[in-house]
Design a protein around this ligand. Structure first.
Ligand SMILES: [Zn+2]
Length: 308
């Protein structure tokens, strides 16, 4: 092992040793090795890489990327990969140091969400110059991430470029179909009921795309706690608007949503609990929700059923 290459990673490894076990997926596919952080990014690599790329995700179902710290075995996996894909825009806030050091080891490292043009991004509330990282909730923006994966794979493996191009075009066409379907489904909810109350502010892009107001109990990152003021303001609003349901998320503890329900009850309105939405992590492999398109469809169906 190259010493110069090993030293910068020691700090990261030190952090990783104390971080507990990850929840990664098994690698599938061909000879080019890619490691991704979230399931959504891994799904892009599987779709576009086809049989040429062995893709693996560090974060499995239920794992919160805002809080995730890489484990020692994650660092080893990142080290041995040809390409590393992550969301970026500070979604994986506790892995920044590791990503900063990886390009020095000669591999391709790509933050796929940072391919989204700046003028199409949502601002990160209260933080000048930062952007909301949850871009996968707008299929029209997720195509930029797909193209970032296509371009990185093509540069690394020029022989496979035509295939990457073809599969990317097919995936983008499916994103367009998904978007059109979601638009018509979500329009079935009467306009005053188009309010999405979730555990944290992951659905900003979704709300902008489909004309829903989005109210998160926690902020844009789960690393910030819900304030009592926010909870009171939200409870007032949910009771006043007689919102039918609020939603928990598969990767966020349910405590804040339970507290909100209680506060709404004390204001004389019983708000229901919608099915768990997949926000920052997908469902298990093999399940419909274990793919990007499947989890998106699940969310749309759940929202329409709960709010109609
Ligand atoms: Zn989030």
């Amino acid at each position: 092992m190259n010493f110069a290459r090993t030293v910068p990673l020691l700090g990261a490894l030190f952090v990783a040793i104390f971080a507990g076990a990850g929840c990664r997926t098994e690698a599938v596919g061909g000879p080019i090795k890619a490691v991704s952080t979230t399931g959504m990014v891994h799904d892009l690599v599987v779709e576009i890489g086809g049989g040429r790329v062995a893709s693996q995700a560090l974060m499995g179902p239920g794992v919160d990327p805002h809080l995730y710290r890489a484990t020692a075995s994650d660092v080893a996996r990142l080290e041995s990969a040809d390409l590393v894909f992550y969301n970026g825009l500070e979604l994986e806030g506790r892995m920044a140091e590791i990503f900063a050091q990886l390009p020095a080891t000669g591999k391709t490292v790509v933050a796929v969400a940072e391919r989204v043009p700046v003028d199409k991004r949502l601002a990160y509330p209260g933080q000048t110059g930062k952007h909301d990282p949850h871009v996968w909730f707008d299929p029209a923006l997720w195509r930029y991430a797909a193209e970032a994966v296509r371009d990185a794979l093509s540069a690394r493996d020029p022989e496979g470029a035509p295939g990457y191009g073809e599969r990317c075009a097919k995936f983008v066409a499916r994103l367009d179909e998904l978007d059109a379907w979601a638009k018509s489904e979500l329009a079935r909810v009467p306009e005053p009921s188009r309010v999405l109350v979730t555990a944290h502010d992951a659905f900003g892009y979704f709300g902008r795309r489909y004309g829903y107001r989005v109210l998160g109990i926690q902020g844009t990152s789960t690393a910030t706690e819900a304030s009592a003021n926010t909870l009171i303001r939200l409870a007032d609003e949910v009771a006043k608007l007689r919102i039918k349901a609020v939603f928990v998320e598969s990767s966020v503890p349910t405590g804040t949503v339970d507290a909100l329900k209680k506060a709404v009850r004390s204001r004389g309105w019983e708000v229901g609990l919608g099915p768990a939405l997949f926000s920052d992590a997908m469902g298990p492999a093999g399940d419909e929700t274990g793919t990007y398109i499947g989890m998106f469809r699940h969310n749309v169906t759940s929202i329409v059923e709960a709010l109609r």
